[in-house]
Design a protein around this ligand. Sequence first.
Ligand code: GDP
Length: 496
Amino acid sequence: MAQNGQNTTEQYYRPPIVTVMGHVDHGKTSILDAIRHTNVQEKEYGGITQHIGAYQIEHNSKKITFIDTPGHAAFSNMRARGGKAADIVILVVAANEGVMPQTKESIMHAKAAGVPIIVAINKMDTAGADPNKVKQELASENVLVEDWGGDIVSVPVSAKTGEGLSNLLDAVIALSEIMEIKADPAGELEATIIESRLDAKRGVTVSAVIRNGTICVGQDVSASGYEARVRSLMNDKGEMLKNAGPSTPVEVLGFNKVPNVGDILVEKGSELAELAIDENRVEIVGKNAKRTVAVVVRADTQGTLEAVKAGLANLVTESVGNTFALKFLLTATGDITDSDVLLAHNAKGVVVGFDVRVTPAINDLADNLKVPVKTYKTIYELVDDMKVLLQGTAFDVESKIKGRAQILKIFRLSSGDIVAGCKVLAGALKEGGRISIYDKNPADVKKDDEPLYTGTIRKLKKGKDEIALVGKDNECGVLLKPIFEGIAEGQWIEVR
Ligand code: GDP
């Protein structure tokens, strides 16, 4: 994204910005910690190591900036609005476990953002380490490492013993040199926000990595539509700076409101700010296809949204004989709304969501209009499901009311158990099923209405007998785990 200022500015090499992704427990945090500890001297420059969401190290006199926002945030914000957060992804795969669901998601994120991957095969010190199996599994995900005829570098490492970490850094430097990552310190300011929060003592703190230009104390900046005058800048070594240039991680004070992680921070009035808000276009992937499938895509963050879109677009490009095209009616962050369902209905399309909520009321609307609405917790499940749909098989349009019952009477037993006598009005209740309880008909539940209770059905009873399932129009006794003291007649149970 160092393309700002096109012809009038000079471009200089800047250190690569690297993010570490991979399945939970495969060692992302351990690798980041190990790299930081061996390459940054504590109290360097008289400062003290600060955790500001990113840090910079020096390896063989070359600088590398690591984003160390752990877990989900790193995923979701991989792709910031209007720009990529990182230049290089280190994909961590545990040698003793191999490719797992979040490994696949990380691959999709990296591909969606067009960011090259370096594979770190971690936990090489463990007995079960099998790097060849990892490489083979990666090949099935179209990540071809050098042994497999590809050009993706893989480095065996152990965060525990430190083995291979220096090679990993070598690989980062080598790749960054091929990539010719450049920026203009005198160019237009563009920084990616990697953390932001309201600190009780210090006010709003915003951590950002500068991608282009220079941020200065006293400068007027904006992010997420909020403006601020930069009051102070601190780097990851705890040094107070007057200004910071490309690839520097900084903590910025001066905002009154908390801007969004993943958004870009720019100079006030910059045209780049406009670029930052560019959702909601109708886009068509795949032309001259025999069939077009219209889809509304919702995701929890801009980063995952991009990954979902890219995953779906891949389906189209991989389809043989130009069989189908995808029409994105709307791609946006946030929970699924009535209007998403209506939009999909008008276009005879579907609504898919990643890690977003659908209220029972919206499910009912979708049911009435026969609009398939499905939400997913993993991107690959979403993509797999859409593949089936696109191949012409009907989307699984099971009733979206999985189960709904009204509580008719409460029985408090001497054992302390509470049994709710219920009538099942739609779908079915299942032993072990996850449910929510509302104080009104779930069909009338609005987006912001929180359930009174969420838990699971511990036991279902019909008379004295325990049963596994109760269908529509039947009565039953329900015992919950954990016990819900506030349970009362007239409340509603909705299966999640
Ligand atoms: P993350 O969830 O990917 O950030 O994983 P962590 O860094 O938290 O590591 C998960 C677990 O694996 C922790 O118990 C680590 O101590 C352990 N671990 C990480 N790297 C290694 C390694 O190279 N070798 C061994 N034996 N254990 C490791």
